[in-house]
Ligand binder design. Structure first.
Ligand code: IMP
Length: 179
């Protein structure tokens, strides 16, 4: 089976991509290594910077992924600053800051480095709620989509609708044709 090298330190993201890649008869090879996350205004800029950095340190081909939670009433905040917000105020702090029931969306960008750099984007709409469920990671328990939080979903259920799954589907379709 053909392998995709995924550079990330997030095991939960690897598990989600592994489940997705199976559908395409591809496997994920986890490269657990850090790379700097540029503090930029868009996820695309963060990913392009990450790709350029990793290209100097790791042999191609590989992929990276960056995601964020965007709240329209806060002009998209925390967006590319999601890690910082999660690290500092946490889920409870974010619910307090944003308010319960407020619409939000997750976005994911997968960046691939094969012959050149390519970006694949996915998103999912939902709303911020008080924490429910223990599955997943990060903001999963406070992000509700059609009545259930991501924290209440198994990987395959989250993968049926998630931002990362949409980006992964586009990447994996493309990868199936070129590798
Ligand atoms: P990262 O920079 O892509 O790792 O993610 C930014 C922040 O958003 C981190 O705090 C993650 O925990 C959180 N995050 C990213 N993707 C997801 C997701 O699918 N579910 C819940 N939280 C997420």
């Amino acid at each position: 089976m053909k392998e995709i090298n995924f550079i990330t330190q997030n095991n939960a993201k690897v598990a989600e991509l592994r489940a997705k890649a199976k559908q395409f008869e591809l496997t994920i090879n986890h490269i657990s290594a850090p790379y700097p996350e540029l503090q930029a205004d868009t996820l695309e800029d963060v990913v392009r910077y990450g790709l350029a950095y990793c290209q100097k340190k790791f042999p191609a081909p590989f992929i990276i992924e960056d995601s964020g939670l965007f709240v329209d009433t806060l002009h998209g905040f925390p967006g590319p600053f999601s890690s910082y917000v999660h690290r500092t105020v946490g889920n409870r702090g974010l619910v307090k800051l944003v308010g319960e029931g407020v619409p939000a969306r997750f976005e994911s960008i997968i960046g691939s480095c094969y012959h050149d750099f390519r970006l694949f984007r996915g998103q999912v709409e939902g709303r911020i709620v008080r924490s429910r469920g223990r599955s997943g990671f990060g903001f999963d328990p406070i992000f509700e989509h059609e009545g259930r939080t991501f924290g209440e979903m198994m990987i395959d259920e989250k993968n049926a609708i998630s931002h990362r799954s949409e980006a992964a589907e586009l990447f994996l379709k493309w990868a199936s044709t070129v590798i």
